[in-house]
Design a protein around this ligand. Structure first.
Ligand code: 4AZ
Length: 250
């Protein structure tokens, strides 16, 4: 996260940190059910990251390279489900699911530092300008070359699609499965390493996962908003793949 502020995991308790045995920190994610983490498909395009035995998932983590046994829960990956129509050329359908299990075979246990985030009702749209938050361990500036040691958060606003698809922004690189968000002064944004993590919007007193951090041209650059996978297009896919009830039809 460029700009924004450091935050304890208790303020974003659905944030997951995904690690690869060899390469270390890989991506963010969001806990959508006690046994399921939603993340980005592009986290797994480096072929070896698709070997689930090399992956681990941490919940309740505020510091990337420190263990806080009282607040953390760790998991292996039982199943990695990458969207079949994920397109590595334009990041369309940049969404994936991880089925997680703890050392003793269990799921995530709810606590102050670990809890699920709601999926928004299918095809609901929030108005342009709506303020949402993003959180992650990604770079704190362009070309930082290192991840943030501590979890950060920031506020961004949903952009009108017509702005995001305008020539000055991203033109036809934006598909119907993408939403754009930025700060009005372009000072704060998601960045490398925030991928897979949550764009969460509060509505009717609840927190809903509206986006998955996907891509952008650089970070916090003028006219180059962060691009997020539009989660409301995938309620059916998520229900199918997880077997969870689709409670999101409104
Ligand atoms: C990346 O490289 C990346 N500003 C993620 C998010 C954004 C840009 C790049 C959005 O993973």
């Amino acid at each position: 996260i460029v700009g924004g502020s450091f935050t304890p995991i208790e303020s974003h308790p659905w944030v997951a940190a995904l690690f690869h045995r060899r390469s270390g920190f890989l991506c963010g994610g969001s806990l959508i059910a006690p046994g399921w983490v939603l993340t980005a498909a592009h986290c797994f395009t480096n072929g070896e990251a698709t070997q689930t035995r090399h992956l681990s998932v941490y919940l309740g983590k505020t510091a990337l390279n420190e263990t806080d046994a009282d607040r953390e829960q760790s998991f292996t990956v039982e199943k990695l489900i990458i969207h079949k129509q994920y397109n590595d050329a334009n990041y369309n359908n940049d969404i994936a699911l991880l089925k997680i299990k703890s050392r003793n075979g269990g799921s995530a246990v709810r606590s102050a530092s670990v809890r699920t985030v709601c999926l928004p009702p299918a095809h609901t749209q929030l108005p342009a300008g709506f303020q949402c938050s993003i959180a992650g361990f990604g770079w704190e500036r362009n070309l930082a070359m290192r991840y943030s040691q501590y979890l950060k958060e920031t506020k961004v606003q949903l952009l009108p699609k017509s702005d995001c698809t305008s020539k000055s922004h991203y033109g036809d690189m934006i598909t119907e499965n993408m939403i754009c968000a930025a700060s009005p002064d372009w000072s704060t944004d998601s960045c490398k390493g925030d991928s897979g993590g949550p764009l969460v919007c509060e509505a009717a007193g609840r927190f809903f996962l509206f986006g998955v951090v996907s891509w952008g041209e650089g970070c916090a650059k003028r006219n180059k908003p962060g691009v997020y996978t539009q989660v409301t297009n995938y309620n059916k896919w998520i229900a199918e793949k997880t077997g969870l009830p689709d409670n999101t039809k409104g």
